[in-house]
Design a binder for this molecule. Sequence first.
Ligand code: CU
Length: 470
Amino acid sequence: MDRRQFLIGGSALVASTALPRLPAEAMESRRLTAKPATVAFFGPEEPATPVWAYDGAVPGPVLRAKQGESLKATLENGLADPTTIHWHGLRTPNAMDGVPFLTQPPVLPGEDFLYDIPLQDAGTFWYHPHVNSAEQVGRGLSGALVVEEKDPPRVDRDLVWQIDDWRLQEDGNLAPFGGFHDKAHGGRLGNVATINGKVGESLRVRAGERIRLRLVNSANARTFGLSFGDLDPWLMARDGHPVEPRRMGTGLVVLPPGGRSDLIIDLNGKPADKIKVVDSYYSRSVYTLAEIHYSDESPLRRAPLPTPNPFPANPVALPDPKITEIHEMVFQGGAMGGLRSADYKGTEMGLREIAQMGLVWAVNGKVLPPMEEGDLGDPMLDMKLGRTYRLRWRNDTAFDHPIHMHGHSFHLLSRNGKNLERPVILDTVLIQPDQYVDVAFVADNPGDWALHCHILEHAAAGMMGFLRVS
Ligand SMILES: [Cu+2]
């Protein structure tokens, strides 16, 4: 029934102009069950894909909680393998960080584990296993985590796009995991991209709407570089942390694996317009990731909305600018990287010998041991609680590396020695070949914290170590 037929002849509903206050979500206290499931990426006519999923869905449920409250989630392991959950981007107590052997024993099949995390920061985060991550995340175990501000910015709708890619075979199965080629090159790049587990997402919008779009890249290895036609989105936050709002224009919204961006998009087009969202990060494979379709409805409001206010800052400590000592970490190795040999547990070894152990990357001339039981190696850096540290991460390889630090968010200061015009706080920074970045942070969270490349095949092949704060 179209209720508009009851409007008095010649009348139209008055366009609403005020932005609504979205209802606050209740604090999450829930179970998350990791277990096998199947999904039909291309509909019921095509072969289904066996996946591993939280609560039977790919991606897992969007968890919503409020800043200042606690996230309580019990992981129930219904897999045949041990697992954990890492809460990517949250500055958690060390015991809640989900890194096997470093911060907790892995959760064995049939067992469960309660994660109880005070939420200091608002923003867009995500969760995924940290055990055999390349396979467990690659098979579908991941979900978005939204921590709402105490007084959320007003928008008409608050949406999550969890972006992923999959390496699918024609029979519907995921291609086998663990290939050495992926480890030594750009990681496991997929052949099918999805948004919220769907191929060919089509977002219905109404002219005049203002939406907040939370982008999460949960792919193992693919960086996405998105453009939104002439929508000219506002970039509002990266990795959960607010930035000074700025128009993206025709610039790409770049999301490395593990990275997030919050956009505000004012849908200033006309009813029935269509917009293509294009991924062009890799110039050799440019494709349409999604479409945005305006409905035929009359515009929700007539006048454009003003510039959005910046989101409130999170309580991240400011690094002490007087600290100038730089700790350099040079990432080396991989295919075409020119590394001939490196130290492994005190012995200099040729790259071929190292590769026989499934390892192919090194940091400062050392191959980091796989972080397994009783074989964690030494911290890459010992830090004193409360002090500011400046790290320089240098990419001396032929591939991109999105470097991710646990337990802290860092200030990105410069790229290749050039200070950033606009400061950003991140937990994952994309470093391209022959680039280096300087980051700084206050080591204010005690414990052993993983530091690794978020191309998960790289992390599995020696690009994962840890920092100690004590
Ligand atoms: Cu890497």
